[in-house]
Design a protein around this ligand. Structure first.
Ligand code: GLU
Ligand code: ZN
Length: 491
């Protein structure tokens, strides 16, 4: 149920390249905000100086812009809760940590790593819960002074309530976590650096986030955050506990969780291969959600109109590259031809194009583009599909040549050349008739008869519709290529 204004957030850490899991989270938050006429806050969780980078920060912004996932508050946009980079909000976290300590919701923990490890081992051996055992919960002033005299540095630990935490996940329904499973946890390092466990819910509180939609990997931090939120409400820092919805895992190859380090997970890969923004968003929206039982292809606007968090499925979603490509192909088909031709431009130029820039022929491209649009699944495939038009010679694919140029291919090609020479070159139909007639002479159906012609002219057995390709290439060049192939065959 959604009552009142919606405020959601997308709050990645700027580490590494944007990956599809991150984009799926951004998309669901964006669609939820747009569906409810709410606000999307874009926050950068850059409190880990060792892992965060400016390069990654730049890539995140650029990725969101390319995807068209606009944000209402955040970097470059500003907003009432600025700054939106956590590295610029350190004073706020120190102040909240201080308040939590003063109110007894948090305490200093002096345990060393070795001590914690030893006690964890002992608890395990005794078959007891092995989380933090509360050792420093109620230290006396003398005990603290003693530890400090030893020169121990303390971390700040949040005191979990001694009662179960229950919340209703928007995707998974009611969930309860018992205290043994959610021990007191660190919120500030010994060197004073605040941790994710503190800064994330504090900012959600201060930025008045109403719904936290994020990956299932973060589910275990939710009971901690719910408890922290309740303390923040008591301290007047937070107004209400937000609702939480955990998006299902995305499984990759071999039914293993898709890791952000998996090359298949990198957003850049999809951009380089020529996925359309619409195609990629359409596909990613299906990772845990569905538009309708019988329709997989839809626009971003239709997704926004239909998206309900209650319809998100808790079961793991499977990442399927073939399906992603096929959906992208459907979106390519839906473009108007001019937009398609423009979108292909990067792949018709250096460094992708193998032809000399001067050999590119805009009129030929415009003539072939509508035929290419019916075939492609990703835009990067355009280069190999039209190279025969702009290279002086086709690039011969050896397996294609071996497959098409056997038996009496030479005789067929010679007949086809004759018929093509006499054909009407202003009509692809007439060229088809010519090859059909050549096939008849040799007892071959059209499919068999056109294969050697296609390989002679384009270098490959598969490609764009052949007769339209020949028409665009032109009579002179087509016949010259057939002659060259005949020469190769007789050599
Ligand atoms: N910065 C966290 C991450 O990227 C955000 C997690 C959350 O949405 O709470 O994993
Ligand atoms: Zn301790």
């Amino acid at each position: 149920m959604v009552n009142g204004p919606v405020r959601v957030r997308f709050c990645p850490s700027p580490t590494g390249n944007p990956h599809v899991g991150l984009v799926r989270t951004a998309l669901f938050n964006w669609a939820f905000a747009r569906h409810h006429g709410g606000t999307l806050v874009f926050r950068i969780e850059d409190t880990d100086a060792a892992r965060d980078s400016e390069e990654s920060y730049g890539q995140l912004l650029e990725a969101m812009r390319w995807l068209g996932l606009d944000w209402d508050e955040g970097p470059e946009v500003g907003g009432p809760h600025a700054p939106y980079r956590q590295s610029q909000r350190m004073d706020t976290y120190a102040e909240v940590a201080r308040k939590l300590l003063d109110a007894g919701h948090a305490y200093h923990c002096y345990c060393t790593t070795e001590e914690l490890d030893a006690r964890r081992e002992a608890a395990r051996a005794a078959g007891k819960p092995s989380g933090y055992d509360g050792h420093c919960r109620d230290l006396s002033a003398e005990q603290k002074a003693g530890y400090e005299a030893e020169g121990r540095a303390a971390i700040v630990r949040f005191r979990m309530p001694d009662e179960p935490i229950t919340f209703t996940d928007l995707v998974r329904g009611e969930l309860t976590f018992t205290p043994e499973n959610v021990p007191d946890y660190g919120i500030v390092r010994a060197n004073g650096a605040p941790l994710y466990t503190l800064v994330n819910p504090v900012d959600d509180a201060l930025m008045e986030i109403t719904h936290v939609l994020r990956g299932e990997d973060l589910l275990s931090s939710t009971p901690r955050q719910v408890a922290l939120y309740k303390a923040l409400i008591e301290l007047g820092v937070a107004k209400a506990v937000p609702e939480f919805g955990h998006l299902p895992y995305v499984m990759g190859e071999g039914n293993k969780k898709l890791s952000k380090r998996d090359p298949q997970a990198s957003l850049n890969l999809y951009r380089e291969r020529g996925f359309l923004r619409e195609g990629l968003l359409n596909y990613l929206s299906l990772l845990g959600w569905s538009f309708s039982a019988d329709q997989d292809v839809f626009s971003v606007e239709d997704m926004v109109a239909t998206f309900e968090i209650a319809d998100v499925n808790a079961n793991p979603a499977r990442f399927d590259l073939k399906k992603a490509e096929s959906i992208n192909g459907d979106h390519i088909r839906m473009m108007d031809v001019k937009a398609f031709a423009d979108a292909c431009t990067p792949w018709l130029r250096a460094p992708h194009a193998p032809w000399a820039p001067a050999d590119f022929d805009q009129a030929a491209w415009e003539a072939i583009a509508p035929h290419a649009q019916t075939r492609l699944t990703v835009l990067s495939d355009i280069t190999a599909n039209v190279d025969f038009l702009f290279l002086p010679e086709p690039v011969f694919d050896q397996p294609s040549w071996d497959k098409a140029m056997k038996g009496d291919s030479a005789a067929l090609l010679a007949t086809a050349r004759e018929k093509l020479e006499a054909a009407d070159w202003s009509s692809a139909d007439s060229l088809k008739e010519a090859v059909l007639a050549a096939g008849e002479v040799h007892g071959l159906k059209l499919g068999k008869a056109q294969a050697p012609v296609r390989v002679a002219v384009t270098g490959r057995t598969v490609g764009l519709p052949l007769f339209e390709s020949l028409e665009v290439l032109g009579k002179e060049r087509t016949l010259a290529r057939i002659d060259a192939a005949l020469g190769r065959l007789s050599a």
